[in-house]
Design a protein around this ligand. Structure first.
Ligand SMILES: Cc1cc2nc3c(=O)[nH]c(=O)nc-3n(C[C@H](O)[C@H](O)[C@H](O)COP(=O)(O)OP(=O)(O)OC[C@H]3O[C@@H](n4cnc5c(N)ncnc54)[C@H](O)[C@@H]3O)c2cc1C
Length: 378
């Protein structure tokens, strides 16, 4: 059990930070325009493909594993939450689906360009009035010769409006499957882009599939059956852990700098004990969250069986901490924090997402109780 980053990892994080700081300074990734989001995401993916970032957790990298991925996600999420979410839903959730369930031809077709930063993917799991934890998926594929005809509705799909390919979760022959649907396929209808509380620089939309027909070669059939949905959720939860660490890091940094430089009553506000206490509490939450998230990442590489429940525990703690840290940062920035467009305000708005998306905080608590603590007696 060692969560210390190696020199190689530190060097990688510094390079990643410098590369992406330059990129995000030149291209504002928090813009709300869909065409600009598409362009920025593609530009960022091309830059990231120059580093090991895109391959982490997907193809084996010498001396860089899942713990390195958690540290690297924290770096990118601190620079831009929106860009981070677009990149991660494409790379770590869409990409891992192909890596885990695709055959050699499917990997060559989708994973190779994805890891080269030339393809944007999206994963459509959530459905209207249904949480995948509660019921089987309603979206269904029906075989018709060498084709599959898909019908269903999906919502909240990150990258929906900008993706080249969408992995749509549904049922085929009574088992979960992922249908790989190219944008512009007949029968795939993207709804209007959704306006969101946070992450406004990501493009999110619902979609409808009405007799959308794809070749059978574009279907992934997970060997784990129903449990595959849990795996998809775990990958989302890992992304949300990275997002939470990044939000907290950026908010704490902004509040600390402001408290040291902004004067009120003739002294820097950090001199007021109550402000100092807030910063101490924030640092404590950031450090505890880092340890928790790093431990969840370390367990995922060392003991995948325990990974799901540890990831859920870490997600509950880190996402609630992110909201608290961002709220304290905004309070320290006070009037300046309440103005749109500053780091603390953005972190505050984005933090709520972590408790809702992936396995929601409520469902996570139920699962931790049932599965880890044996609360459900049969
Ligand atoms: C910014 C953002 C990005 C997203 N990106 C994607 C994406 O790319 N792809 C995708 O497929 N989805 C995505 N989602 C959807 C996300 O996964 C869902 O919002 C989430 O799973 C919750 O589902 P729901 O909104 O339908 O809530 P509901 O299931 O309707 O839940 C409503 C409330 O009831 C509680 N609840 C529901 N069931 C239970 C239960 N069994 N036990 C206890 N409490 C329960 C919930 O916790 C919640 O508080 C995204 C969401 C957001 C906000």
């Amino acid at each position: 059990m060692n969560y210390d980053f190696t020199e190689k990892e530190f060097t990688f994080f510094v390079q990643l930070h410098e590369l992406m700081q330059a990129f995000t300074s030149a291209n504002d990734p928090e813009k709300e325009d869909t065409a600009a989001i598409g362009q920025t995401t593609r530009g960022a993916l091309a830059k990231l493909a120059e580093t090991p970032y895109l391959s982490l957790g997907i193809t084996p990298q010498k001396d860089l594993g899942l713990l390195s991925l958690m540290g690297a996600m924290e770096v990118l999420a601190a620079l831009s939450p929106s860009l981070f979410l677009s990149v991660e839903m494409s790379t770590r959730v869409f990409g891992r689906s192909i890596q885990t369930w695709g055959n050699a031809d499917q990997k060559a077709k989708w994973l190779t360009p994805l890891l080269a930063g030339k393809l944007v993917g999206a994963v459509a799991l959530s459905e209207d009035a249904l949480n995948v934890e509660n019921e089987p998926l309603k979206t269904t594929g029906v075989k018709n010769g060498d084709s599959v005809v898909i019908n269903g509705n999906k919502q909240y799909v990150v990258n929906g409006p900008i993706a080249d390919w969408l992995a749509v979760a549904g049922m085929l022959d009574g088992k979960p499957a992922l249908f790989l649907v190219e944008k512009n396929t007949k029968g795939l209808v993207l709804e209007n882009r959704m306006a969101t509380l946070g992450y406004e620089g990501t493009a999110m939309a619902g979609l409808r599939l009405a007799d959308c027909t794809i070749p059978a070669s574009q279907v992934l059939i997970p060997a784990q059956g129903q449990a595959s949905l849990g795996l998809l959720r775990m990958w989302e939860n890992q992304v949300i852990l990275g997002a939470s660490l990044g939000l907290m890091k950026a908010a704490l940094e902004a509040a600390k700098n402001y408290a040291k430089t902004h004067k009120s009553g003739g002294r820097p506000v950090i001199a007021y004990q109550e402000v100092g206490f807030k910063l101490s509490e924030m640092l404590t939450l950031v450090q505890t969250s880092q340890l928790f998230a790093y431990r969840a990442a370390w367990i995922a590489s060392d003991n995948p069986k325990e990974a799901e429940s540890m990831t859920l525990c870490a997600k509950v703690f880190c996402t609630e901490s992110a909201e608290q840290v961002a709220s304290n940062a905004l309070q320290i920035l006070a009037g300046a924090g309440f103005m749109s467009g500053n780091v603390a305000e953005r972190a505050y708005r984005c933090a709520k997402y972590g408790q809702i998306a992936g396995t929601s905080t409520e469902i996570a608590r139920v699962k931790i109780g049932d599965e880890s603590l044996g609360a459900r007696l049969s």
